[in-house]
Design a protein around this ligand. Structure first.
Ligand SMILES: [Zn+2]
Length: 350
Protein backbone atom coordinates (compact mmCIF):
# COMPACT_ATOMS: atom_id res chain seq x y z
CA UNK A 1 0.00 0.00 0.00
CA UNK A 2 1.45 3.40 -0.93
CA UNK A 3 1.18 6.52 1.21
CA UNK A 4 -1.84 7.91 -0.66
CA UNK A 5 -3.73 4.63 -0.39
CA UNK A 6 -3.62 4.96 3.40
CA UNK A 7 -6.23 7.70 3.06
CA UNK A 8 -8.56 5.20 1.37
CA UNK A 9 -10.48 2.35 2.96
CA UNK A 10 -10.43 -0.97 1.15
CA UNK A 11 -13.67 -2.35 2.53
CA UNK A 12 -12.86 -5.98 1.63
CA UNK A 13 -9.25 -5.80 2.81
CA UNK A 14 -7.05 -8.01 0.65
CA UNK A 15 -9.91 -10.26 -0.48
CA UNK A 16 -10.00 -10.76 -4.26
CA UNK A 17 -12.40 -12.88 -6.30
CA UNK A 18 -10.74 -16.15 -7.32
CA UNK A 19 -10.37 -17.06 -11.01
CA UNK A 20 -13.81 -17.90 -12.37
CA UNK A 21 -15.52 -16.47 -9.29
CA UNK A 22 -18.04 -13.61 -9.12
CA UNK A 23 -17.73 -12.26 -5.59
CA UNK A 24 -20.75 -10.45 -4.14
CA UNK A 25 -19.78 -6.91 -3.02
CA UNK A 26 -23.35 -5.60 -2.50
CA UNK A 27 -26.78 -7.19 -2.92
CA UNK A 28 -27.02 -8.28 -6.58
CA UNK A 29 -23.61 -6.80 -7.45
CA UNK A 30 -20.71 -9.17 -8.14
CA UNK A 31 -17.03 -8.56 -8.80
CA UNK A 32 -15.10 -10.50 -11.46
CA UNK A 33 -11.35 -10.00 -11.79
CA UNK A 34 -9.73 -11.12 -15.05
CA UNK A 35 -6.06 -11.41 -15.86
CA UNK A 36 -4.48 -9.14 -18.51
CA UNK A 37 -1.16 -9.85 -20.26
CA UNK A 38 0.14 -6.29 -19.67
CA UNK A 39 2.00 -4.35 -16.98
CA UNK A 40 -1.50 -3.54 -15.72
CA UNK A 41 -2.19 -7.21 -15.12
CA UNK A 42 -5.92 -7.35 -14.35
CA UNK A 43 -9.28 -5.72 -14.96
CA UNK A 44 -12.40 -5.70 -12.80
CA UNK A 45 -15.74 -6.49 -14.43
CA UNK A 46 -19.13 -6.32 -12.75
CA UNK A 47 -22.12 -8.62 -12.88
CA UNK A 48 -25.43 -7.03 -11.85
CA UNK A 49 -28.58 -9.04 -11.18
CA UNK A 50 -31.22 -7.75 -13.57
CA UNK A 51 -34.61 -8.30 -15.19
CA UNK A 52 -35.24 -7.01 -18.72
CA UNK A 53 -38.58 -7.37 -20.54
CA UNK A 54 -39.73 -9.82 -17.88
CA UNK A 55 -36.67 -12.07 -18.24
CA UNK A 56 -34.40 -12.59 -15.24
CA UNK A 57 -30.66 -12.62 -15.72
CA UNK A 58 -27.55 -10.48 -15.49
CA UNK A 59 -26.15 -7.23 -16.82
CA UNK A 60 -22.41 -7.27 -17.44
CA UNK A 61 -20.31 -4.12 -17.07
CA UNK A 62 -17.12 -4.28 -19.19
CA UNK A 63 -15.75 -7.29 -21.05
CA UNK A 64 -11.93 -7.81 -21.07
CA UNK A 65 -9.78 -8.08 -24.23
CA UNK A 66 -10.47 -10.45 -27.10
CA UNK A 67 -8.09 -13.26 -26.09
CA UNK A 68 -8.69 -16.98 -25.68
CA UNK A 69 -7.64 -16.77 -22.02
CA UNK A 70 -10.33 -14.15 -21.37
CA UNK A 71 -12.98 -16.20 -23.19
CA UNK A 72 -12.01 -19.22 -21.09
CA UNK A 73 -12.42 -17.18 -17.90
CA UNK A 74 -15.87 -16.08 -19.07
CA UNK A 75 -16.89 -19.67 -19.88
CA UNK A 76 -16.05 -20.62 -16.32
CA UNK A 77 -18.23 -17.74 -15.05
CA UNK A 78 -21.12 -18.79 -17.31
CA UNK A 79 -20.98 -22.37 -16.02
CA UNK A 80 -20.68 -21.72 -12.32
CA UNK A 81 -21.71 -18.15 -11.40
CA UNK A 82 -24.88 -17.22 -13.30
CA UNK A 83 -27.28 -19.47 -11.36
CA UNK A 84 -28.54 -20.80 -14.68
CA UNK A 85 -29.62 -17.33 -15.83
CA UNK A 86 -28.64 -15.57 -19.07
CA UNK A 87 -26.64 -12.40 -19.71
CA UNK A 88 -29.25 -9.80 -20.73
CA UNK A 89 -27.09 -6.82 -21.68
CA UNK A 90 -23.50 -5.68 -21.93
CA UNK A 91 -22.65 -2.19 -20.66
CA UNK A 92 -19.23 -0.83 -21.61
CA UNK A 93 -17.76 2.14 -19.74
CA UNK A 94 -15.45 3.14 -22.61
CA UNK A 95 -13.72 2.04 -25.80
CA UNK A 96 -10.34 0.87 -24.48
CA UNK A 97 -9.52 -2.75 -25.41
CA UNK A 98 -9.67 -4.21 -21.91
CA UNK A 99 -13.23 -2.85 -21.56
CA UNK A 100 -14.80 -3.43 -24.99
CA UNK A 101 -12.67 -6.23 -26.48
CA UNK A 102 -15.13 -9.09 -25.94
CA UNK A 103 -18.35 -7.05 -26.33
CA UNK A 104 -18.89 -8.53 -29.77
CA UNK A 105 -18.42 -12.10 -28.53
CA UNK A 106 -20.62 -11.60 -25.44
CA UNK A 107 -23.51 -9.89 -27.24
CA UNK A 108 -23.46 -12.48 -30.02
CA UNK A 109 -23.26 -15.42 -27.64
CA UNK A 110 -26.14 -14.18 -25.47
CA UNK A 111 -28.08 -12.43 -28.24
CA UNK A 112 -28.18 -9.20 -26.26
CA UNK A 113 -27.42 -5.50 -26.76
CA UNK A 114 -24.30 -3.45 -26.17
CA UNK A 115 -24.96 -0.26 -24.18
CA UNK A 116 -22.23 2.39 -24.53
CA UNK A 117 -21.82 6.10 -25.27
CA UNK A 118 -22.20 6.92 -28.98
CA UNK A 119 -18.80 8.59 -29.02
CA UNK A 120 -17.01 5.52 -27.72
CA UNK A 121 -19.06 3.16 -29.89
CA UNK A 122 -17.96 5.03 -33.00
CA UNK A 123 -14.39 5.47 -31.81
CA UNK A 124 -14.15 1.74 -31.14
CA UNK A 125 -15.60 0.89 -34.56
CA UNK A 126 -13.09 3.19 -36.25
CA UNK A 127 -10.14 2.01 -34.20
CA UNK A 128 -10.87 -1.66 -34.85
CA UNK A 129 -10.57 -0.89 -38.57
CA UNK A 130 -7.56 1.43 -38.52
CA UNK A 131 -4.94 2.87 -36.20
CA UNK A 132 -5.66 5.63 -33.74
CA UNK A 133 -2.85 6.77 -31.59
CA UNK A 134 -1.62 3.38 -30.44
CA UNK A 135 0.74 2.80 -33.35
CA UNK A 136 1.41 3.17 -37.07
CA UNK A 137 3.02 5.87 -39.24
CA UNK A 138 0.88 8.75 -38.01
CA UNK A 139 1.53 7.91 -34.35
CA UNK A 140 5.27 7.65 -35.05
CA UNK A 141 5.29 11.04 -36.83
CA UNK A 142 3.27 12.56 -33.98
CA UNK A 143 5.65 11.34 -31.27
CA UNK A 144 8.63 12.49 -33.39
CA UNK A 145 7.09 15.97 -33.58
CA UNK A 146 7.14 15.96 -29.77
CA UNK A 147 10.80 15.03 -29.52
CA UNK A 148 10.84 11.22 -29.47
CA UNK A 149 13.96 10.60 -31.60
CA UNK A 150 15.18 7.13 -30.55
CA UNK A 151 15.03 5.28 -33.93
CA UNK A 152 14.26 1.97 -32.26
CA UNK A 153 11.30 3.42 -30.33
CA UNK A 154 9.96 5.17 -33.45
CA UNK A 155 10.32 1.98 -35.52
CA UNK A 156 8.44 0.00 -32.88
CA UNK A 157 5.61 2.54 -32.72
CA UNK A 158 5.40 2.47 -36.52
CA UNK A 159 5.30 -1.35 -36.57
CA UNK A 160 2.60 -1.54 -33.92
CA UNK A 161 -0.17 -0.41 -36.25
CA UNK A 162 -2.43 -3.33 -35.43
CA UNK A 163 -2.43 -2.80 -31.67
CA UNK A 164 -6.10 -1.92 -31.15
CA UNK A 165 -7.55 -4.25 -33.78
CA UNK A 166 -5.48 -7.10 -32.34
CA UNK A 167 -7.25 -6.71 -29.00
CA UNK A 168 -10.62 -5.59 -30.40
CA UNK A 169 -11.04 -7.33 -33.77
CA UNK A 170 -14.77 -6.61 -33.92
CA UNK A 171 -17.31 -4.28 -32.35
CA UNK A 172 -21.06 -5.05 -32.43
CA UNK A 173 -22.97 -3.55 -35.38
CA UNK A 174 -25.68 -2.06 -33.17
CA UNK A 175 -25.80 -0.45 -29.76
CA UNK A 176 -27.98 1.37 -27.29
CA UNK A 177 -26.75 4.85 -26.51
CA UNK A 178 -25.74 5.92 -22.98
CA UNK A 179 -25.89 9.64 -22.25
CA UNK A 180 -24.83 11.75 -19.29
CA UNK A 181 -27.62 12.04 -16.72
CA UNK A 182 -29.58 9.07 -18.07
CA UNK A 183 -30.94 6.69 -15.42
CA UNK A 184 -30.93 2.93 -16.05
CA UNK A 185 -33.10 0.50 -14.11
CA UNK A 186 -30.87 -2.45 -13.30
CA UNK A 187 -32.56 -5.11 -11.19
CA UNK A 188 -34.97 -2.58 -9.68
CA UNK A 189 -32.20 -0.13 -8.76
CA UNK A 190 -31.62 3.23 -10.40
CA UNK A 191 -28.12 3.68 -11.85
CA UNK A 192 -27.31 7.14 -13.19
CA UNK A 193 -24.82 7.66 -16.03
CA UNK A 194 -22.03 10.15 -15.36
CA UNK A 195 -20.05 11.10 -18.45
CA UNK A 196 -16.34 11.77 -18.07
CA UNK A 197 -13.76 13.11 -20.47
CA UNK A 198 -10.00 13.16 -20.89
CA UNK A 199 -9.30 9.42 -20.53
CA UNK A 200 -11.54 8.13 -23.32
CA UNK A 201 -13.71 10.04 -25.80
CA UNK A 202 -16.87 9.78 -23.62
CA UNK A 203 -16.51 7.53 -20.61
CA UNK A 204 -19.64 6.54 -18.70
CA UNK A 205 -19.49 5.83 -14.96
CA UNK A 206 -22.58 4.48 -13.18
CA UNK A 207 -23.86 5.69 -9.82
CA UNK A 208 -26.52 3.90 -7.78
CA UNK A 209 -27.50 6.33 -4.99
CA UNK A 210 -29.73 3.90 -3.07
CA UNK A 211 -27.04 1.21 -3.10
CA UNK A 212 -24.30 3.77 -2.37
CA UNK A 213 -22.21 2.41 -5.25
CA UNK A 214 -20.18 4.00 -8.04
CA UNK A 215 -18.87 1.90 -10.93
CA UNK A 216 -16.10 4.35 -11.71
CA UNK A 217 -14.54 2.63 -14.72
CA UNK A 218 -11.11 4.15 -15.30
CA UNK A 219 -12.09 7.70 -14.22
CA UNK A 220 -11.25 7.12 -10.53
CA UNK A 221 -8.73 4.40 -9.67
CA UNK A 222 -7.41 3.87 -6.14
CA UNK A 223 -3.75 3.06 -6.73
CA UNK A 224 -2.66 4.37 -10.12
CA UNK A 225 -3.59 7.65 -11.75
CA UNK A 226 -5.80 7.42 -14.82
CA UNK A 227 -3.92 7.65 -18.11
CA UNK A 228 -4.52 11.07 -19.67
CA UNK A 229 -2.98 11.26 -23.13
CA UNK A 230 -2.96 13.31 -26.30
CA UNK A 231 -3.25 11.00 -29.35
CA UNK A 232 -2.30 11.65 -32.96
CA UNK A 233 -5.98 11.49 -33.98
CA UNK A 234 -6.61 14.76 -32.13
CA UNK A 235 -3.13 16.29 -31.95
CA UNK A 236 -4.01 19.64 -30.31
CA UNK A 237 -6.37 18.25 -27.66
CA UNK A 238 -6.41 19.24 -23.98
CA UNK A 239 -7.47 16.01 -22.20
CA UNK A 240 -6.03 16.93 -18.80
CA UNK A 241 -8.33 19.96 -18.46
CA UNK A 242 -11.26 17.77 -19.51
CA UNK A 243 -10.32 15.12 -16.96
CA UNK A 244 -9.86 17.56 -14.06
CA UNK A 245 -13.23 19.18 -14.82
CA UNK A 246 -14.90 15.78 -15.17
CA UNK A 247 -13.81 14.41 -11.80
CA UNK A 248 -15.48 17.37 -10.07
CA UNK A 249 -18.74 15.55 -10.84
CA UNK A 250 -17.74 12.82 -8.39
CA UNK A 251 -17.29 15.38 -5.61
CA UNK A 252 -21.07 15.87 -5.63
CA UNK A 253 -21.69 12.20 -4.76
CA UNK A 254 -21.92 11.17 -1.09
CA UNK A 255 -18.48 10.84 0.50
CA UNK A 256 -19.17 7.32 1.81
CA UNK A 257 -19.92 5.94 -1.69
CA UNK A 258 -18.32 2.54 -2.27
CA UNK A 259 -16.23 2.92 -5.43
CA UNK A 260 -15.95 -0.08 -7.77
CA UNK A 261 -12.96 0.75 -10.01
CA UNK A 262 -11.78 -1.07 -13.15
CA UNK A 263 -8.34 -1.68 -11.69
CA UNK A 264 -7.43 -2.21 -8.04
CA UNK A 265 -9.84 -2.97 -5.20
CA UNK A 266 -13.22 -1.52 -4.15
CA UNK A 267 -12.71 1.38 -1.78
CA UNK A 268 -14.32 4.20 0.18
CA UNK A 269 -12.72 7.64 0.12
CA UNK A 270 -13.97 9.00 -3.21
CA UNK A 271 -13.44 12.65 -2.28
CA UNK A 272 -9.98 12.01 -0.86
CA UNK A 273 -9.06 10.26 -4.10
CA UNK A 274 -10.29 13.04 -6.42
CA UNK A 275 -8.36 15.53 -4.26
CA UNK A 276 -5.22 13.37 -4.54
CA UNK A 277 -5.62 13.22 -8.32
CA UNK A 278 -5.96 17.01 -8.54
CA UNK A 279 -2.90 17.50 -6.32
CA UNK A 280 -0.93 14.94 -8.33
CA UNK A 281 -1.58 16.74 -11.61
CA UNK A 282 -1.07 20.20 -10.12
CA UNK A 283 2.35 19.10 -8.85
CA UNK A 284 3.25 17.69 -12.28
CA UNK A 285 2.10 20.87 -14.00
CA UNK A 286 4.28 22.90 -11.64
CA UNK A 287 7.27 20.67 -12.48
CA UNK A 288 6.62 21.14 -16.20
CA UNK A 289 6.41 24.95 -15.89
CA UNK A 290 9.66 24.99 -13.93
CA UNK A 291 11.49 22.89 -16.54
CA UNK A 292 10.12 24.94 -19.44
CA UNK A 293 11.10 28.19 -17.70
CA UNK A 294 14.72 26.99 -17.44
CA UNK A 295 14.80 26.25 -21.20
CA UNK A 296 12.19 25.45 -23.87
CA UNK A 297 11.22 21.76 -23.57
CA UNK A 298 9.56 19.19 -25.79
CA UNK A 299 7.48 16.32 -24.42
CA UNK A 300 10.32 13.79 -24.58
CA UNK A 301 12.56 16.15 -22.55
CA UNK A 302 10.01 15.97 -19.77
CA UNK A 303 9.78 12.17 -19.46
CA UNK A 304 12.42 11.98 -16.70
CA UNK A 305 10.75 14.94 -14.92
CA UNK A 306 7.29 13.33 -14.99
CA UNK A 307 8.24 9.66 -14.63
CA UNK A 308 10.88 8.69 -12.12
CA UNK A 309 10.95 5.00 -13.13
CA UNK A 310 12.57 3.39 -16.18
CA UNK A 311 10.03 3.01 -19.00
CA UNK A 312 9.73 0.20 -21.52
CA UNK A 313 8.42 0.96 -25.04
CA UNK A 314 4.75 0.37 -24.19
CA UNK A 315 5.11 2.64 -21.17
CA UNK A 316 7.08 5.20 -23.20
CA UNK A 317 4.23 5.70 -25.66
CA UNK A 318 1.75 6.12 -22.82
CA UNK A 319 4.22 8.42 -21.08
CA UNK A 320 4.70 10.54 -24.22
CA UNK A 321 0.93 10.97 -24.50
CA UNK A 322 0.80 12.00 -20.83
CA UNK A 323 3.72 14.38 -21.18
CA UNK A 324 2.06 16.10 -24.17
CA UNK A 325 -1.19 16.27 -22.16
CA UNK A 326 0.55 18.22 -19.38
CA UNK A 327 2.18 20.58 -21.88
CA UNK A 328 -1.12 21.12 -23.67
CA UNK A 329 -2.99 21.89 -20.43
CA UNK A 330 -0.51 24.71 -19.80
CA UNK A 331 -0.49 25.80 -23.45
CA UNK A 332 -4.31 25.98 -23.67
CA UNK A 333 -4.40 27.84 -20.33
CA UNK A 334 -2.00 30.44 -21.79
CA UNK A 335 0.80 29.61 -19.35
CA UNK A 336 3.10 28.21 -22.03
CA UNK A 337 3.61 29.08 -25.70
CA UNK A 338 4.67 26.52 -28.28
CA UNK A 339 7.02 26.88 -31.22
CA UNK A 340 8.14 24.39 -33.86
CA UNK A 341 11.86 24.80 -34.37
CA UNK A 342 13.76 23.99 -37.57
CA UNK A 343 13.79 20.31 -36.58
CA UNK A 344 9.96 20.34 -36.68
CA UNK A 345 9.70 19.57 -32.96
CA UNK A 346 7.27 21.42 -30.72
CA UNK A 347 9.00 23.12 -27.80
CA UNK A 348 7.15 24.88 -25.02
CA UNK A 349 8.20 27.90 -22.95
CA UNK A 350 6.45 30.55 -20.80
ZN1 LIG B 1 -9.30 3.00 -20.12
Amino acid sequence: MNLLERELHYTLGDTLPGPGEALEVAPGVRWIRMRLPFALDHINLWLLRDTIDGVEGWTVVDCCISHDAARAQWEQIFETQLQGLPILRVIVTHMHPDHIGLAHWLTEKWNCRLWVSATDFNAARMASHSTTGFGGDRAAAFFASHGLTDPEAIAKVRARSNYYAGLVPRVPDTFRRLLDGMTLDIGGHAWRCIAGYGHAPEHIALHAPRLGLLISGDMVLPRISTNISVYDLEPESDPLALFLTSIQRFDRLPGDTLVLPSHGKPFRGLHARTRQLREHHEARLADVVESCAAQPCHAADLLPVLFKRKLDLHQTTFAMGESIAHLHALWHAGKLQRRADNDGVWRFAP
